[in-house]
Design a protein around this ligand. Structure first.
Ligand SMILES: Nc1ncnc2c1ncn2[C@@H]1O[C@H](COP(=O)(O)OP(=O)(O)OP(=O)(O)O)[C@@H](O)[C@H]1O
Ligand SMILES: [Mg+2]
Length: 366
């Protein structure tokens, strides 16, 4: 049995006729770091709150360490939680804030001190020990909120968008801190975010949700390279994967503007005889300018004119119209071009995905 098991977990809010979380099935191993991602309203917080016990589970079962939790009170579930809007007590110092929960649990004061000292040290808050929250930066306050959770020494750690109130730079450094904390503490962690970069960089495995339904569960690179459907393909990765409406006849892929490319044998094989309308997907880094290092004799070179550029230095995006859609190529700084320049490019043949235009299923992964 896995450490945390969701078995057909459902949530129907009172007054609603449909499940907000629908048949959620997931096994989480001890010490894993799992991220839930998905667009706003897809049910991430609801699912997390059901784990914490703040929201009733209306169908299925939730098990932690072999024990069914549906009717167990939140404080008896062995869980610590950090929210987006962690409220620190304004009149208390950092150390008092961190120790408050333990005081409530009626722990002897020498034990409280020991745990608070440990948390303050691990989170690098020594300098701020006697300060009140209003005299701390956002990142320092966030660390106090983390400290409050870690002193409880629970086996399960739940975090709901804990970094969303921080500025971009602080988010990056807190990301690293939380990952390190997870390695040091080894608590099984569920981390909710709608930021796919956070999920990609921090999680052992990612759960992608849409409309209360799991779309795919996998390691970050599995989801990136082998999305099971067009939603996952479009959600993971920035800039978004390029999508084109195409018609496939035999080995010929015809774009809406009449351009064609020929499918390589192994892609054709994976299409398994499927024909007709499809959505072709290809990531920006798999659009190779001037053929890149590909054997261009075997792939057709296409032409386009750049309509927009995004120059970030290490990473640069060239936008152009092709196949009836806007498309993007991710290029190195040595391949930069300007708006109005003509480019020639190929799609890396082995990196093309083909999706069912109705269900979104990725034929290449089916
Ligand atoms: N108490 C409630 N009663 C009825 N519906 C609710 C309740 N709480 C949340 N919902 C609805 O359930 C759906 C899922 O909400 P949830 O908060 O789980 O989304 P989320 O994925 O965490 O989104 P976000 O990224 O915006 O935080 C939403 O449509 C929301 O309006
Ligand atoms: Mg939420």
């Amino acid at each position: 049995m896995s450490f945390i098991e969701f078995r057909n977990v459902c949530k129907m809010y009172p007054g609603s006729k449909t499940n907000t979380v629908d048949n959620f099935n997931l096994n989480i191993e001890e010490k894993e770091f799992i991220a839930f991602v998905g667009p706003s309203g897809c049910g991430k917080s609801t699912t997390l709150r059901m784990v914490a016990g703040f929201e009733e589970i209306t169908g299925g079962g939730l098990y932690i360490d072999g024990r069914k939790m549906n009717d167990v009170a939140p404080r008896d579930r062995g869980i610590a939680m950090v929210f987006q809007n962690y409220a620190l007590y304004p009149h208390m110092t950092v150390e008092k804030n961190i120790g408050y929960g333990l005081k409530n649990m009626k722990l002897p004061s020498n034990q409280i001190k020991e745990k608070v000292d440990w948390a303050i040290q691990i989170l690098g808050l020594e300098e701020y020990r006697y300060r009140k929250p209003k005299n701390l930066s956002g990142g320092q306050r966030q660390r106090v909120a983390l400290g409050r959770a870690i002193v409880k020494n629970q086996k399960v750690f739940l975090m709901d968008e804990p970094l969303s109130n921080l500025d971009a730079k602080l988010r990056v450094s807190m990301r690293t801190e939380i990952s390190k904390l997870h390695r040091d503490l080894g608590a099984t962690t569920i981390y909710v975010t709608h930021d796919q970069v956070e999920a990609m960089t921090m999680a052992d495995r990612i759960v992608i949700m849409k409309d209360g339904v799991i779309q795919q569960v996998g390691k970050p690179m599995e989801l990136y390279d082998h999305p099971k459907n067009q939603f996952v393909a479009g959600f993971i990765g920035s800039p978004q994967m390029n999508f084109f409406q195409v018609t496939v006849e035999g080995k010929t892929v015809r774009f809406q503007d009449g351009n064609t490319i020929t499918l390589p044998d192994d892609s054709a094989k994976r299409l398994n005889g499927r024909q007709g309308q499809m959505v072709l997907g290809i990531r920006g880094e798999d659009v190779k300018l001037n053929g890149g290092d590909l054997d261009t004799d075997r792939t057709e070179t296409q032409q386009a004119v750049i309509t927009n550029t995004e120059v970030m230095g290490n990473e640069n995006n060239l936008y152009f119209m092709f196949g009836g859609s806007q498309a993007v190529a991710r290029v190195s700084k040595y391949e930069l071009s300007r708006v109005g320049d003509s480019i020639s490019f190929v799609f890396t043949p082995s990196k093309m995905h083909f999706f069912d235009p109705n269900t979104g299923i990725n034929y290449m992964e089916a």
